[in-house]
Design a binder for this molecule. Structure first.
Ligand SMILES: *Cc1c(COP(=O)(O)O)cnc(C)c1O
Length: 395
């Protein structure tokens, strides 16, 4: 009998232990940290109060009593689970109400909601293109877009982050060999905070007969005069495209969506495996998100405050000697030398009651402190963060 060529193995699962050790050695190992109570601008971690600069709850709606009440009412009316896939027994009136509210917020004909943004992206990419097609994708796209591109079976051509020349070259070189083509990008890059040059991307896509899919996870509710996202902010509302996003960030709930033409949404309802073969979004999550959209319309001052707070943090950081990455959003990052340094920085800030994310490879190419601003932060909150950072950089 042939013997394995590899050294004696510690059993078929032994590699898991070795893999964990490698993660520890590289400072890539991660752990969860429980937050006590509700999320919000101020939270408690291990009993200690902390200012929260690590939340995606940009408008401060996840802890809003009106969302909690809507979720409770929906659970009483429709049950806690939707009990089936949307096409079978999982459809409730609240699902269509939410989808119509999303379409209205985004200025599109229709929308479809998924159980998460990740699932929306996986399923939509796999429904729109296959092995006969080409995806042209920004290098820094979110994990869900990258995995969805692989799942679709399409050929994937990656261009350097926001590099329009390279995008143009990929299209010129490869587009003619394929049936359909889809350009895929985050609108607000989740780990950097900068925006994609959407008008230019749409123009190139037009020129090469390509569709465009834009991920508004960090744009919706955050950018644009009415919270319609980066698409609204960049003046591209009237252009045909596939917009995806999440209910889990500024909308304070859980779930994802795709929005666009009525035909696109009709097609997805018939062709998207991550929507057809999974249980419908829970009525409570749907009702919370629906209420969040109503609040965005009724209380535009939240978005205005968020915009002001973000500008204030950027301006204060620019007075320090730190390397701030370009940002036009509430995601604001400081570049840091390496993983060990950013972990130490995160720890120091935490000891001072300041919670910001130390983000390291492989999530991002370079280590950084990632801060997110909320509408519910006060000026004093932001001043405290800046003072903490200043102290740490002084050593
Ligand atoms: C968070 C995020 C998602 C996933 O959304 P979930 O609803 O949390 O699954 C997708 N794309 C981007 C850019 C994100 O930041």
């Amino acid at each position: 009998m042939a013997h394995p060529k590899h050294p004696p193995s510690p059993g078929p699962y032994g590699w898991i232990h070795q893999s964990l050790e490698t993660l520890h050695r590289a400072n890539w190992y991660r752990q969860v940290q429980p937050i006590e109570g509700k999320g919000g601008a101020t939270i408690r971690i291990a009993g200690q109060p902390c200012l929260n600069f690590a939340s995606n709850d940009y408008l401060g709606l996840a802890g809003d009593p009106r969302l909690a009440a809507a979720a409770a009412t929906a659970a009483s009316a429709y049950g806690t689970g939707s009990t089936g896939s949307r096409l079978l027994s999982g459809q409730r009136p609240i699902h269509r109400e939410l989808e119509q509210a999303i379409a209205q917020l985004k200025g599109t004909e229709d929308a479809i909601v998924f159980s998460s943004g990740y699932l929306a992206n996986l399923g939509t990419l796999a429904a729109l293109v296959d092995h006969r097609d080409l995806i042209v994708a920004d290098q820094y796209n979110h994990s869900s877009l990258q995995m969805g591109a692989r799942l679709s079976g399409a050929t994937v051509a990656v261009y350097d982050h926001n590099d329009l020349d390279q995008l143009q070259r990929r299209l010129a070189e490869q587009r003619p060999q394929y049936r359909r083509c889809l350009v895929v990008t985050d609108s607000v890059f989740s780990m950097d905070g900068d925006l994609c040059p959407l008008p230019e991307i749409l123009a190139l896509a037009d020129q090469w007969d390509a569709m465009v899919m834009v991920d508004e996870a960090h744009g919706t509710g955050v950018l644009g005069a009415s919270g319609g996202g980066a698409v609204e902010y960049l003046g591209c509302r009237q252009r045909p495209m596939v917009q995806v996003g999440t209910l889990s960030k500024s909308l304070g709930s859980l779930g994802g969506y795709v929005t666009g033409s009525a035909e696109l949404i009709d097609f997805l309802r018939n062709r998207t495996a991550t929507w057809i073969y999974t249980t419908g979004l829970s009525p409570s999550d749907a009702a919370a998100a629906r209420t969040a959209i109503a609040i965005i319309h009724q209380e535009p001052q939240r978005l205005a405050q968020l915009t002001q707070n973000s500008a204030y943090l950027r301006q204060r950081l620019d007075q320090l000697e730190v390397n701030r990455l370009p940002s036009e959003s509430p995601i604001i990052c400081l570049q840091v030398k390496d993983a060990a340094t950013v972990l130490a920085l995160g720890q120091h800030l935490k000891q001072r009651g300041l919670f910001a994310a130390a983000v390291r490879p492989p999530t991002v190419p370079t280590s950084r402190l990632r801060m997110t601003v909320m509408a519910t932060h006060t000026r004093e909150d932001i001043d405290q963060l800046v003072a903490g950072i200043q102290d740490c950089f002084r050593g």
